[in-house]
Design a protein around this ligand. Sequence first.
Ligand code: M6R
Length: 578
Amino acid sequence: MCGIIGYIGFRKASEVLLKALKTLEYRGYDSAGIAISNENGIEIKKGAGKVDDVATDLSFISLDGKIGVGHSRWATHGRVCNENAHPHSNCSKNVALVHNGVIENYLELKEELLKKGHKFESETDTETVAHLIEENLKSMAAEKAFSESIKRLEGSYSIVAIIKGEKRLFAARRNSPLILGIGENENFLASDIPAVLPYTKKIIPIEEEMLVSVSDSEYKIMDFGGMQVNPKVLEVDWDSTVAEKGGFAHFMLKEIYDQRISLKESLSAKTEEARKILDSAQNIHLIACGTSYHASFVFATLLEKELKKNAKAFIASDYQFVANPSNETVVIALTQSGETADTIQAVKFAKSKGAKLLSLTNVVGSSITRLSDSIVYLNAGPEVSVAATKTFSSQLAVIYKLIYGNSYLSNIPEIISNSLSQEQKIKELAQKIKDSKSIFFLGRGLSYPIAMEGALKLKEISYIHAEAYPAGELKHGPLSLIEEGVPVIALAPSDETKAKMLGNIKEVKARGGFVIALTDNPKLEKEVDAVIEIEKTRAELYPFAMLPALQLLAYYVSIFRGIDPDRPRNLAKSVTVE
Ligand code: M6R
């Protein structure tokens, strides 16, 4: 949550920061702001609202200076209002900083600072850090004042600060992502790689509990004890245009269409080492959240069915309360961002019991990679929209490659393309169901996690209540919710679930439900209200045929309800708080 950026170099910092904030906005978008250091001292512009609403007026652009920090907020401490927007400063306005994370001991620190006469302007935990630095600056040079302040913090943070008169950025990381982007006579600090891609592809992911001090021409990375480290510089092969809309109305739509290409890259992922780990494992725990959990559900099913393993998918935030990992357990973490706090914490719990960790992630150098014994990268390219689309199909592709090897998977991108050809029909159906109060998704077997993903996508970006059920469960309770006109999306491919799904569809129709079937079975047409045709394929590949239709359905319902699908309320792309 929250996107942070720092710049030092030869360009106009305000322009670099605002461009980066647009790229980072998916991490949080309730407030935005920048602070620039120049001959007038430190100037701050900030406010509540999306980057476009608050941060692109002339007063922001006109700020002169070549050093600065910027922030797009997802509120944790303090309401969404101008005062609580970052950057935060101190009494004498000689410090400005941006923060992603939660300072758990801020009340205690604040009390101490209040007693020393500091005056606070916001309700945030972050402002405390600016005052703490100010206090230390009374007796220490800037770098030490910063590092000594950081050492007093408990909780999670990536922080980038500027200090009046200093031609450096000061940063620290603990349990929140931070990367250093290395340019020619300019350097960057950011929450995520896409923010720096227009300027450099050379990055260093900052490790846990590290301090960074950066000028325009050099950088210093130290642990909290002051010991300097020299991590390897990585070259990322992401293209900066991947993080642009490329003519599509929204990132989500672009990313749905990107799947035709991204899946080819995902199918070339290196999986040999991970497959060996699976072969030697008997007890496998899969840990994930949200969309990644749905992928882990598919994975667990295939591990059980095809590789005859004991495999179970766990919701990451509940893992430590329900699971019993040991040194005989192989844990597989699925996380596109590699930064989800719930997943990281669950993984740490499993590792503390001796479990071995394999992770599937999209982001090179992300937090999960540093905990993993083995990593498979999704190769999906950056995903900007809050709703996961292409990274979910990439997760499925990598899972399928791990289970089935390369056989018959090469036509998956084509299956996706064919499914996208139903766009017009899906748009019409979206129009029909857009005012519904509740929408249900039914599936059996491998279609059930895809139904869960369809329901999550819809509720996340349309704000309509949506729920998925294994179709056979309907008669055990949820059937009482079905009445005249309630939309039910039935995933009904011609696989082993076909006959039983037909029975469940009839149960819904008998109660007046409005059934939309995703099917390749022409006979279903007369049983339901509408059909979205899917390609006839091998039974295990049907998830790829149904998924784009569900993504498009959610997208168009959101559009017809006047919602921005890239920035649904209350959410953020990377959830770095537990
Ligand atoms: O980065 P992760 O895969 O760990 O993220 C997990 C969830 O936060 C994420 O999938 C979320 O549910 C998406 N917004 C769904 O579209």
